[in-house]
Design a protein around this ligand. Structure first.
Ligand SMILES: [Zn+2]
Ligand SMILES: [Zn+2]
Length: 289
């Protein structure tokens, strides 16, 4: 963020974060979030909340509660409840534990989905990276993974949790919705990038227009979340989830200008998916072999 906010979001972010810069306000929020279980939790009454925060000066308490109201605290019939923004912030801090610095390196034996080889694991700046030490066919995964998710999981369980998480997020994003902020996701699939020369499969970029979420994945990763494509892949014996290393070729569609055909070669046949540059599926064909 720049020092001088230039748009509405900058001002809003600054105001929302600044509101929390007071011990009493933080104590009020933590008291409301203590034992909070969504809509099932009873609101906390004024006197009860004041007692929980441990303040005797009601003028002071009232002032700070008032500052939070409408942003992080809402008054309902029987007392006070945290807003969705308060619970989201609470969850973000518990997930990412920003005051703890965690880095990790290690290996997971037998973790490669392609060759069953040893997978190297690296955790830094909240990104978990896994890659095979024995083959090139599996491209591995780098994805943001809350540090909280490392706790209580073995290496193999972390690897599975990472790929499942990334896949679910991409599945939601390819419908046009950001998995974090519900904002609009732009899907970009550029047929003109390098891949035409080097023969690789072109990447797909999914980017949120609001919150900075962005991933670049192989074309099969988002496509297989579309029911028609998933059904066709299953027919030829390639049941999703398939990783980026699965045998895929991409060519221009001779029958549709500006379209591409993604072809997946599987055990029992071939699936062909015609898509446009926003990855909208135009046609799906299956050829049994
Ligand atoms: Zn491998
Ligand atoms: Zn977003």
């Amino acid at each position: 963020m720049s020092g001088e906010p230039t748009d509405g979001d900058g001002e809003m972010l600054k105001e929302a974060v600044s509101l929390l810069a007071h011990d009493i306000r933080v104590d009020i929020l933590l008291a409301l979030l203590d034992g909070w279980a969504g809509v099932h939790t009873e609101p906390r009454g004024y006197a009860e909340l004041m007692r929980a925060v441990g303040i005797e000066d009601s003028g002071k308490f009232n002032y700070h509660l008032g500052r939070l109201r409408g942003v992080y605290v809402e008054k309902v019939e029987d007392g006070y409840v945290p807003t969705a923004a308060a619970t989201a912030l609470y969850r973000a801090v518990l997930a990412h534990r920003p005051t703890e610095r965690t880095t990790r390196t290690g290996t997971v034996a037998g973790g490669c989905p392609n060759c069953g080889g040893t997978v190297a694991e690296r955790y830094e700046r909240s990104f978990l990276t896994v890659e095979c030490t024995e083959c090139e066919a599996w491209p591995g995964v780098t994805y943001s993974f809350p540090v909280n998710g490392l706790r209580g999981r073995t290496g193999g369980e972390r690897l599975e949790a990472l790929t499942t998480r990334a896949s679910h997020h991409v599945g939601l994003a390819q419908t046009g919705q950001c998995p974090f902020c519900a904002g609009r996701v732009e899907v970009q699939f550029d047929p003109e990038v390098d891949w035409m020369r080097n023969g690789d499969v072109p990447p797909v970029e999914l980017a949120c227009d609001t919150c900075s979420w962005l991933v670049v994945v192989g074309v099969l990763t988002p496509l297989q979340h579309q029911p028609r494509v998933a059904a066709a892949l299953t027919t030829v014996g390639a049941e999703p989830p398939l990783d980026d290393g699965f045998e895929t070729t991409v060519d221009r569609d001779p029958e549709g200008p500006g379209r591409l055909v993604v072809e997946v070669q599987a055990e029992d046949g071939v699936t062909q998916v015609a898509v446009d540059d926003e990855l909208t599926v135009r046609d799906v064909r299956v050829r049994a072999e």
